[in-house]
Every structure is written in structure tokens, then in C-alpha cells.
Design a protein around this ligand. Structure first.
Ligand SMILES: *[C@@H]1O[C@H](CO)[C@@H](O)[C@H](O)[C@H]1NC(C)=O
Ligand SMILES: *[C@@H]1O[C@H](CO)[C@@H](O)[C@H](O)[C@H]1NC(C)=O
Ligand SMILES: *[C@@H]1O[C@H](CO)[C@@H](O)[C@H](O)[C@H]1NC(C)=O
Ligand SMILES: *[C@@H]1O[C@H](CO)[C@@H](O)[C@H](O)[C@H]1NC(C)=O
Ligand SMILES: *[C@@H]1O[C@H](CO)[C@@H](O)[C@H](O)[C@H]1NC(C)=O
Length: 429
């Protein structure tokens, strides 16, 4: 009953999402910031500077290397794309040297390949990088400009502003985007600038005006940074879980899998925990040179399908063991669920013993798929299992709906075997 109850409890808290029809599952794609920052030095670093070429390269990789088919369709520009001044009509304009075709050319390039283009702005006087921001009196013109260019998503940052401006500006931009008639996904950095928690942050309101929002600080290319984010999001899960749902997502920030800071085990951990959180999956890495190990984690179909589950219920941490093992669970469609066993240990692989009934699963037999080893076993709720979790790594499961234990199993030797599960004390997964 545990899972069914969880579903109903969350459904009772549903509030309506921003009514632009977008992002019913967490958006997926690529975002420039973490990996490429504000590198505008195209004379010395033409391949890695923020320019038309970088986004074209990433679009080529997304469409030719199997990413697009898996759902990674957004190619998102972050800060430092614009000229330092608005044009004569007061409109934002791309830096003509680095974006000679302007944003419309990039939009066309994306749309021709079945991809979408995201752009970046800032609800304040300047962007964080010191480029023109969008003060209150420029909201309408900027929304119109983005729509005219054909962009598909806007990330609106919050540098160089204050509580009052943000309180007015974020809802106004939502209205202004709607008024353009173009369906533009709207990512609000607002809560991250207000500490991410009530009473300063009103998640009911955010769900009505934004499709996703950054709640917390920027991710950096390190395991330490991933852990800080994980601790904050799961430490505040009772506030954050009801805020999420189809069309409205908490955003723990970009995937750094494929960069320099994470081992393979840590990369699996980030992917698994982002899937459990129903987080947007924006990679910030170099898709031109990504290793096959990182690629296979980011392209793991089962992890992606768990992330993209249609119910859109954000998962939670259900156990913090003294041993340093933490267990996370997300309810999924068709009475299925996902479990993640995460090790915070630093010594050696840890053998964790439990059973589905100890994790409050109802009686029955379950099909369990191991997401990263691509194996499956059938597990009765009462059967003890032992799994080996690497230091700073995870084991991730997709757990099917329970099937009633079948009678012929009990009777297969001609007599009733009530203690059948004890015949095999452990299943080693
Ligand atoms: C604007 O909002 C209305 C009402 O909420 C909605 O029906 C419509 O689809 C929205 N349009 C766009 C372009 O987001
Ligand atoms: C917030 O910023 C606006 C615009 O810069 C300014 O007019 C206003 O006085 C500021 N409010 C506070 C409380 O600092
Ligand atoms: C939060 O926002 C909702 C929807 O806009 C509103 O009805 C509610 O009163 C707000 N809650 C608080 C505590 O301000
Ligand atoms: C899910 O579980 C509920 C309650 O046990 C049951 O009524 C329903 O038929 C199940 N749905 C599926 C798709 O298995
Ligand atoms: C299982 O349910 C009990 C009783 O509701 C609860 O105290 C316990 O924390 C739950 N365990 C897990 C792993 O969710």
C-alpha cells in the first residue's frame, strides 16, 4: 500500500502548472554555462568561445550521435551572448562578431534538425556577466524580441536586482511571454536568489508562472558540489516534492557528467539522483570529445525513462543508514518505482542487505531491473537481497508493479511450501 498511498498523497497537493502546454516531463538538452562559462576570447580559443560555432557544433553532435532520439533536444545559450549595448530601438542584440548570423540563424539551424533553442536573460540591470539585463521596463520588448527570433526557452537569471524587482518582474515576464503567442519554456532563477525556501519563496506561485526554477547555487565541476546540491535538495524534500509536477520542475542545475570532476561511479550517482529528483537534464559538457563511458551513462535509456516518467512525481530519500548508505525512491507510472542505493562511504564497496518489505513494499513478487548493469531478477518482497555499492557510487533499480506470489510456485513440489523464500537466503544482485 505504501506506494499507492504516496501517489494519492502527492496528487492531493497538485496545483496547476503554468498553462503554456510545455515541459510535461522534465526538459532535456545541453546548456553552455558550467563547461564554457563566459569565454568570449574567440581570437585565442575559437572552438570553445561563446559563439555561433559552439552551438552549431553541439547541435550537430546532438542530432548525429543519438542524443536527440533520447530526448536531449534543447540547445541552450547562457550568459555572455549579447552585445554590450541594446540596438537603436532598445532591443537586445547578439554580439555581431561572435554571432554573425544573429540568433534567428541559430534558431533556424536548430529547428531544421528537430532541436530547440534556449536563450538567457536576467531580471535586473545587468546579467551576472555584466551584459544588458532586463529591467522592469524592458520585459515586454525582450519577450517580443525572443518570440520574434523564434526561441523556445528562456532562462531568466537574477543578478543585479532586488526582492521587489524580482517579485514584480518574474510574473510579468511570464505574462509577457504568454502575450507573444509563442510557446516559450520559462526557467526562473528567482528562488535561488531568495534562499530557495518558504516563506520567502512561494512554490505555488512559481508553479503557476514558471516551467522550471533554480532553487539553489550553481553547480561546479566537482563531486563536492554535487554532494552539496544533493544534501540541500533531499534535506528540503518535504518542501520541494509537492512543488514539482508536469510542467513545473525543481532544477538542481546541470549534469556535469563528461567533464573533469567526476569519476564513473560519481557520474552514475549524479545521473541516478537527478532521475529520482525528476530534474531537468541539461548536460554541460563537450559533446565533441565526450568519453564513451560518460556517454553511455547519459544515454542510459532506463535512467532517462525513470527521469521522464509521466506522473512527474519527484522522489525522496527514504533511508539514511548509519553505514553511510542512503536509499532513495521515486514512484512511477503503472505502480512501478525506482530505488537508488547510494554510498557516502570512502573505503570500499559496501555490501548492503535489505528486502523490499523492509522498504515498505507490499507483498508480492517484483521484477527488478538494475539500470547500470542491465540485468534483471525476480524478487519477492520478503526475500533478503545483498547488493554491493561502490564508494561514492550507486546501484539503481527499476522495480515493476507487484505480482501476487503465484500458487504454482508454492505447490510446485506437490506440497505447500510456505517457507519457500527461505530456501534461498539471499539474492546477490
Ligand atoms: C497563454 O495562457 C493561456 C491561459 O492560461 C493559455 O491557454 C495559452 O495556451 C497560453 N499561451 C501561450 C502561448 O503560452
Ligand atoms: C530595488 O531596485 C529598484 C530598481 O533598481 C530600485 O528602484 C528600488 O529602490 C530597489 N528597492 C530596494 C528595496 O532596494
Ligand atoms: C502563494 O501563491 C499563491 C498563488 O499565487 C497564493 O494563492 C498564496 O496566497 C501565496 N501564499 C503566500 C503564503 O503568500
Ligand atoms: C496499481 O495498484 C492499484 C492498487 O493496488 C490497482 O488497483 C491498480 O490496478 C494497479 N495498476 C496497475 C497498472 O497495475
Ligand atoms: C516504513 O513504514 C514505517 C511505518 O509507516 C515507517 O516508520 C518507516 O520509516 C518506513 N520505512 C521506509 C524505508 O520508508
Amino acid at each position: 500500500m505504501y506506494l499507492a498511498l504516496l501517489v494519492f498523497a502527492s496528487a492531493g497537493m497538485l496545483t496547476s502548472a503554468l498553462d503554456n502546454g510545455l515541459m510535461k516531463t522534465p526538459p532535456m538538452g545541453w546548456l553552455a554555462w558550467e563547461r564554457f562559462r563566459c569565454d568570449i576570447d574567440c581570437d585565442h580559443d575559437p572552438k570553445n568561445c561563446i559563439s555561433e560555432n559552439l552551438f552549431i557544433d553541439m547541435a550537430d553532435r546532438l542530432s548525429e550521435d543519438g542524443w536527440k532520439e533520447l530526448g536531449y533536444i534543447y540547445v541552450n545559450i547562457d550568459d555572455c551572448w549579447s552585445a554590450k549595448e541594446r540596438d537603436e530601438q532598445g532591443r537586445l542584440q547578439a554580439d555581431p562578431k561572435r554571432f554573425p548570423g544573429g540568433i534567428p540563424k541559430l534558431v533556424q539551424y536548430m529547428h531544421d534538425r528537430g532541436l530547440k533553442l534556449g536563450i538567457y536573460g536576467d531580471m535586473g540591470t545587468y546579467t551576472c556577466g555584466g551584459y544588458p539585463g532586463t529591467p522592469l521596463d524592458k520585459i515586454e520588448i525582450d519577450a517580443q524580441t525572443f518570440a520574434k527570433w523564434g526561441v523556445d526557452m528562456l532562462k531568466l537569471d537574477g543578478c543585479y536586482s532586488n526582492v521587489t524587482v524580482q517579485e514584480q518582474g518574474y510574473p510579468l515576464m511570464s505574462k509577457a511571454l504568454n502575450a507573444t503567442g509563442r510557446h516559450i519554456g520559462y526557467s526562473c532563477s528567482w528562488p535561488a536568489y531568495q534562499g530557495g525556501l518558504p516563506p520567502k519563496v512561494n512554490y505555488t506561485q512559481l508553479g503557476k508562472i514558471c516551467n522550471l526554477w533554480r532553487n539553489y547555487g550553481d553547480i561546479q565541476d566537482s563531486w563536492d558540489s554535487v554532494l552539496k546540491i544533493v544534501d540541500w535538495f533531499f534535506g528540503n524534500q518535504d518542501v520541494l516534492i509537492p512543488a514539482a509536477g508536469p510542467g513545473r520542475w525543481n532544477d538542481p542545475d546541470m549534469l556535469i557528467v563528461g567533464d573533469f570532476g567526476l569519476s564513473i561511479d560519481q557520474s552514475r550517482a549524479q545521473m541516478a539522483l537527478w532521475a529520482i529528483m525528476a530534474a531537468p537534464l541539461f548536460m554541460s559538457n563537450d559533446l565533441r570529445t565526450i568519453s564513451s563511458g560518460a556517454r553511455s551513462i547519459l544515454q542510459n535509456k532506463m535512467a532517462i525513462s525513470i527521469n521522464q516518467d509521466a506522473l512527474g512525481i519527484q522522489g525522496r530519500r527514504i533511508l539514511k543508514e548509519k553505514s553511510g548508505i542512503e536509499v532513495f525512491q521515486r514512484p512511477l507510472s503503472n505502480n512501478a518505482s525506482s530505488l537508488v542505493f547510494f554510498s557516502r562511504r570512502n573505503d570500499m564497496p559496501y555490501r548492503y542487505q535489505s528486502s523490499l518489505s523492509k522498504l515498505n513494499y507490499t507483498a508480492g513478487s517484483y521484477k527488478v531491473y538494475d539500470v547500470f548493469s542491465d540485468t534483471a531478477v525476480t524478487l519477492k518482497d520478503s526475500t533478503d537481497f545483498v547488493l554491493s555499492v561502490n564508494p561514492t557510487g550507486v546501484v539503481m533499480w527499476y522495480v515493476s508493479a507487484p505480482a501476487k506470489p503465484s500458487l504454482h510456485q508454492f505447490y510446485k513440489t506437490g506440497k505447500f511450501q510456505a517457507e519457500d523464500q527461505n530456501a534461498i537466503p539471499y539474492v546477490i544482485v
